[in-house]
Design a protein around this ligand. Structure first.
Ligand SMILES: Cc1cc2nc3c(=O)[nH]c(=O)nc-3n(C[C@H](O)[C@H](O)[C@H](O)COP(=O)(O)OP(=O)(O)OC[C@H]3O[C@@H](n4cnc5c(N)ncnc54)[C@H](O)[C@@H]3O)c2cc1C
Length: 425
């Protein structure tokens, strides 16, 4: 079968790889100059520290089994640093308490009063028995407070700390279905090390798009970047320059609105949630941990990029500050954003002088996983028998993560392979 994959993000790359493994001929068409989609390294500028900043820090968890399989397939399993979940959380007075996946650590979590810590443990026990599909119509915050009796301080100082980066929305906006699914899969599955943190040690672009491109070509795929598909007609993808790429079957692995356009469908109206990343190089070390969360701040998470990538600068510290799901920050000018984040850090961690900075904004980093989203996420099957759909936004049950992207791509490819088998019979 001649398969054409439209979109070279993780979903498209994973689909292409799966189709090659099944023995099909594959052409991958990507509109941008590089593969990798939402997982990118910024174009290098003079004066950047090593390695140049990524478009945003990406975190994987031990439960991202298909994503980890994909990295193994493209020979990049060694580009992640794996550690047990340990999240230092720093409050306004610079005091630190650490979240680890154990009852004892929660009982010692000093950003909450002891009664609230006990309630968090009770909530975790109760969450084990919830069916995520039963609660997509309410927010995770409402679900925790009204149904499980959780406290407001615990939402702010415990649940939001990891729900916000996982869903790219705070608990009071995110769908309870996605919140429950995330907690169950990462923390309550009983699978050893499902909650492990996996952080990239290589530039995102190299370890995803570049590595995937090499692997796909080495297996015989035709990879065409700078190639936008403007229409899908029976038997061919029509390109922006009018050329046609013919195929027996197609995977459409592009963001929701573009997918709807290419497939002549209504917009699934999944919304978009932004991520703003501010990269800061200070003249002295401020953060004593590889990563940390800040309570009650728009600087939600800080990562020591120098340490995590094994490239500490010759002096000072190279940090990435991430702000998830705050649309208001998209309108703040670069210089002001840098000053805002610098002040958030120095206010809690001590004085330091800024040597360099860079801002990266992704207005549509993920879809907006609000209540009611589940019914609007479409599955891989389309109205055309030889066209399937993929993308982190499709109906995988996962939030818009790298795991969701890879899962969707692999599922879509397997479905196309089944079509090929039926056609051949
Ligand atoms: C800053 C940031 C931080 C993130 N942090 C995390 C994290 O910590 N953990 C995590 O798991 N996930 C994270 N994510 C989300 C994750 O990166 C995405 O969910 C995932 O990579 C999406 O993959 P995809 O293949 O579904 O879509 P995309 O990556 O959007 O890929 C779609 C591709 O299709 C191409 N395309 C579009 N239209 C056309 C067309 N007409 N013709 C040809 N090509 C087309 C696009 O150029 C793009 O390359 C983050 C995302 C961002 C932006």
């Amino acid at each position: 079968m001649k398969a054409v994959v439209v979109g070279g993000g993780l979903a498209g790359c994973a689909a292409a790889l799966e189709l090659l493994k099944a023995g099909h001929e594959v052409t991958l068409l990507e509109a941008r100059p590089t593969l990798g989609g939402a997982v990118q390294t910024l174009p290098e500028r003079e004066g950047d520290p090593r390695p140049p900043p990524d478009n945003g820090q990406h975190i994987a968890l031990g439960c991202f089994t298909e994503y980890l399989g994909f990295l193994r397939d493209i020979d990049q399993a060694g580009s992640l640093r794996r550690s047990r979940l340990s999240l230092p959380v720093i409050d306004e007075l610079g005091r630190t308490a650490v979240i680890r996946p154990s009852a004892l650590s929660i009982l010692r979590y000093s950003h909450l009063f002891p009664t609230h810590r006990l309630r968090v443990l009770r909530t975790l026990l109760r969450l084990r028995r919830v069916d995520p599909r039963s609660c997509d119509e309410e927010t995770f915050c409402a679900f925790l407070m009204l149904r499980l009796g959780e406290s407001e301080p615990a939402i702010r100082s415990f649940w939001d700390v990891f729900i916000r980066p996982a869903l790219n929305l705070p608990c009071d906006k995110a769908s309870a279905a996605l919140g429950v699914m995330t907690v169950q899969t990462a923390l309550l599955s009983g699978r050893r090390r499902a909650s492990d943190l996996l952080l990239p040690t290589a530039p995102l672009g190299d370890m995803h798009g570049v590595a995937a491109g090499h692997k796909l070509e080495s297996l015989g795929a035709r990879v065409k970047t700078n190639t936008r598909v403007v229409q899908l007609i029976p038997g061919a993808a029509v390109l922006a320059d009018g050329d046609r790429v013919v195929g027996d079957a197609f995977v459409v692995a592009v963001p929701p609105l573009e997918s709807a356009r290419l497939l002549d469908e209504p917009d699934p109206e999944l919304g978009k949630s932004p991520i703003v990343s501010v990269h800061l190089w200070f003249d002295r070390e401020l953060l004593p941990f590889p990563l940390a969360a800040l309570l009650n701040s728009d600087a939600h998470w800080i990562f020591d990029r120098g340490r995590l990538t094994g490239h500490r600068p010759e002096r000072g510290q190279y940090l990435t500050v991430v702000s998830s799901g705050v649309p208001e920050l998209m309108d703040v000018r670069g210089r002001e954003l840098v000053e805002l984040m610098r002040d958030e850090l120095t206010g809690r961690l001590g004085d330091a002088r800024l040597l360099w900075s860079r801002v990266s904004r992704e207005p549509a980093a993920t879809f907006e996983g609000r209540p009611g989203t589940a019914a609007r996420r479409r599955g891989p099957r389309t109205s055309r028998f030889n066209v399937v759909r993929a993308g982190a936004w499709t109906d995988t049950g996962w939030p818009a993560t790298m795991e969701s992207a890879v899962r969707s791509g692999r599922t879509a490819a397997r479905m196309l392979s089944d079509v090929a088998t039926k056609l051949a019979a």
